[in-house]
Ligand binder design. Structure first.
Ligand code: SAM
Length: 280
């Protein structure tokens, strides 16, 4: 198959550098460069963009991002076995690929942002949710312009869900509080080497134009209480918060007989703000 760049096929790169996939590092590689270019394109035009990529591995998505014109890619990889393969890509795209050997959870990514910055990644599944919540809970407006991230399909559905959807819960409220999130690509297990047990999906998250103001810690508390007992009506589920539950629900403008899964993000933000006022 023709390559999108003059570099060797990824299967050769993996063989030459002995990059057998390690489960402990969530390594499921994308070897089809047409597919990685498509994922890169799903984040929008890349001309004047700095991309932070978490977990480049042998560099399939990295090559897609560079071939699609990203001004710069800053790739953070924990597995040092991958570094020589990534150095080859850096040499083919002089000055456009910076490689950082580190644990992405420990890196100050805001400090790496340069101009318009996006995060694009085929995330290691074991750290995907903590990374996402970290990006959503960090100071606002965010250092990133958008997030384009691969997740297990079931997690992707929990991120993009709306009130009334089966997958709607705490993660959807957190994502919806900060962003508009949608699935832009679905991928079967066979798209990866080795294939994972489950399907995957690429989610794109774009910050809300008008932020919904509230304290994240309080929002987390009210959503935990509400979804902790998701089959119960709000008037029962929110009792665990203590205080004047009927007054809280009324002031937030919500129906006491509704269940958590029926309350839109704005409703939880109202609950968080009233709860904060009521709590000394
Ligand atoms: N981007 C490559 C691709 O699409 O083929 C690899 C994706 S693979 C699902 C996840 C990558 O994240 C692996 O290369 C793994 O070594 C790396 N990784 C795992 N945990 C990490 C962490 N805490 N910080 C940075 N990279 C990590």
């Amino acid at each position: 198959m023709a390559q999108i760049d003059g570099l060797p096929p990824l299967r050769d790169v993996i063989r030459r550098h002995g990059l057998d996939a390690r489960k402990s590092l969530g390594q499921n590689f994308l070897l089809d460069l047409n597919l990685t270019a498509r994922i890169a394109r799903s984040s929008g035009r890349l001309d004047d963009i700095t991309v932070i990529e978490v977990g480049p591995g042998p560099g399939g998505l990295t090559r897609g991002l560079l071939a699609e014109g990203a001004a710069k890619v800053i790739a953070i990889e924990k597995d040092r076995r991958c570094l020589p393969a990534l150095e080859e890509i850096a040499a083919a795209y002089p000055g456009r690929l910076e490689i950082i050997e580190d644990d992405a959870l420990a890196v100050d990514m805001a400090g790496l942002a340069e101009g318009k910055t996006r995060i694009v990644a085929n995330l290691p599944y074991n750290v995907a949710t903590p990374l996402l919540t970290g990006w959503l809970e960090a100071s606002w407006p965010p250092f990133w312009d958008s997030l384009t991230l691969m997740f297990q399909k079931e997690v992707a559905e929990r991120i993009v869900a709306h009130a009334g959807d089966k997958a709607y819960g705490r993660l959807a409220v957190l994502a919806g509080w900060r962003t508009h999130a949608e699935i832009v690509l679905n991928l079967p297990p066979q798209a990866f080497t080795p294939p994972p047990k489950v399907s995957s999906a690429v989610v794109q998250l774009v910050p809300r134009a008008v932020p919904l103001a509230c304290d994240i810690k309080v929002l987390a508390r009210v959503t935990a209480a509400a979804f902790g007992q998701r089959r119960k009506m709000l008037r029962a589920a929110l009792k665990s918060l203590g205080g004047d539950t009927p007054g809280l629900i009324e002031k937030a403008g919500l129906n006491p007989t509704a269940r958590a899964e029926e309350i839109p993000v704005e409703g939880f933000v109202a609950l968080a703000n009233v709860f904060q006022q009521q709590t000394p």
